[in-house]
Write a protein that binds this ligand. Structure first.
Ligand SMILES: [Zn+2]
Length: 303
C-alpha cells in the first residue's frame, strides 16, 4: 500500500501475513462454487487463488501518524499465541515488529492502540511474551477498546473462565493489558483527535461483533475509513450477503455492511479494510444494484 496522506496525517500498513489462502466456507459459510465462479474474472488471482476457490486474505495493522500522535489500528495475531483451533494463527513467528521498525517506529513510540473489535486476529500484538508472561507490547500506549465489546467478552469469560474466549486471545492479549492499567474503555463514537471539521473518530459498526467500530480519519479534504471486519473480502461488494461464520448477528452485520457501501460508494472516501491484500486501499464504486472495489494501484511514491 502506498503511504496515504490525509492532510497532515499519514497512514501506512504494517504487515503481519501478506497473503493467506483460506478455504471458501471458512470465510463465508453461505458461499457456493457458483457464486465464486461468477466473480473470478474481476477478482483475479490476487484475490482468488488460481486453480482453487480459496480466498486470499492479508493480516495487517494501520499506522496513523498525526502531528500529535502515533496510532496503531488493529494488532493482528501476534507471535507465539496458542491457537490450536486456528492453525494458520497458531504459534506464529512473524517479522511484524521488524516491519514496524522499518517504518521508523519502535513499540514505545505508539501513543494509542485502537482495536476495531476484540477477535483473535485484531488483538494479538497487544501483548508479547517476556519471561514466559504476556506483557503489553507497546509500553507507553493507551489501548482503546469499545466498552460494549469489552463487556460482552468479559462476561463470557467470567461465566466460564476455562473456556477460551476468542480462541484464547481474551486471556493472553486483552486481560494482561487491563492488568497493566493501559486499557481505556471508550464509547463507540469516541473522538481521538478533533481539529474543527477534521480529526480521528470512531463510529459504531456492529454485527460482526457486538461493539465493532470503524475508525475515521479526516483532514485536508481527504477522508479514510478503517472498516475492521465489516467487509472481509472484495467479493462482498458484489455479494454483500456473504456472511462470515464469526458474525455474532448476521442480519445486523449485513445491514452495517450495506450501509457502509451505500454511504461511501462513488465518493472519495478511501476504504482501508482489515484483510484486503495488496494494494489494500481503494474506493467503493457502484455496479448496477451492487458494488465493486477499485484498488489504489498508483505506485508507492519514492520517499
Ligand atoms: Zn479479522
Amino acid at each position: 500500500m502506498k503511504i496515504q496522506q490525509i492532510g497532515p496525517m499519514q497512514i501506512e500498513k504494517v504487515v503481519e501475513i501478506d497473503r493467506l489462502a483460506v478455504e471458501p466456507t471458512s470465510l463465508f459459510g453461505n458461499v457456493t462454487p457458483d457464486i465464486i465462479e461468477r466473480h473470478r474474472g474481476w477478482l483475479g488471482p490476487a484475490l482468488l487463488e488460481a486453480g482453487t476457490n480459496r480466498f486470499i486474505l492479508s493480516f495487517h495493522s494501520y499506522l496513523i501518524r498525526t502531528p500529535h500522535h502515533t496510532i496503531l489500528v488493529d494488532t493482528c495475531n501476534g507471535n507465539h499465541k496458542n491457537r490450536p483451533s486456528m492453525p494458520p494463527w497458531h504459534m506464529l513467528d512473524t517479522a511484524y515488529l521488524a516491519n514496524l521498525a522499518r517504518l521508523g517506529v519502535a513499540p514505545e513510540d505508539i501513543d494509542y492502540v485502537m482495536c476495531t473489535h476484540l477477535h483473535a486476529d485484531h488483538v494479538g500484538w497487544n501483548t508479547r511474551l517476556a519471561d514466559s508472561k504476556w506483557v503489553p507490547t507497546f509500553p507507553k500506549a493507551r489501548y482503546l477498546m469499545a466498552r460494549t465489546e469489552f463487556e460482552h467478552f468479559e462476561a463470557m469469560h467470567r461465566r466460564n473462565p476455562d473456556q477460551p474466549v476468542n480462541r484464547g486471545s481474551f486471556t493472553d492479549s486483552v486481560l494482561p493489558v487491563v492488568a497493566h492499567g493501559q486499557v481505556d474503555l471508550i464509547e463507540d463514537s469516541h473522538v481521538i483527535e478533533r481539529h474543527l471539521e477534521d480529526g480521528i473518530w470512531l463510529e459504531p459498526a456492529p454485527g460482526h461483533s457486538p461493539g465493532n467500530v470503524s475508525v475515521h480519519v479526516k483532514a485536508g479534504g481527504r477522508h479514510a475509513l478503517m472498516s475492521g471486519d465489516v467487509i472481509h473480502h472484495p467479493i462482498q461488494f458484489a455479494e454483500p450477503e456473504l456472511a462470515n461464520p464469526a458474525d455474532i448477528d448476521k442480519t445486523l452485520a449485513l445491514r452495517t455492511r450495506l450501509d457502509l457501501m451505500r454511504r461511501y460508494a462513488d465518493t472519495d472516501t478511501l476504504l482501508l479494510a482489515a484483510h484486503f491484500p495488496e494494494p489494500t486501499a481503494g474506493w467503493i464504486r457502484s455496479h448496477g444494484e451492487r458494488f465493486r472495489f477499485r484498488f489504489d494501484t498508483e505506485m508507492r511514491s519514492a520517499a
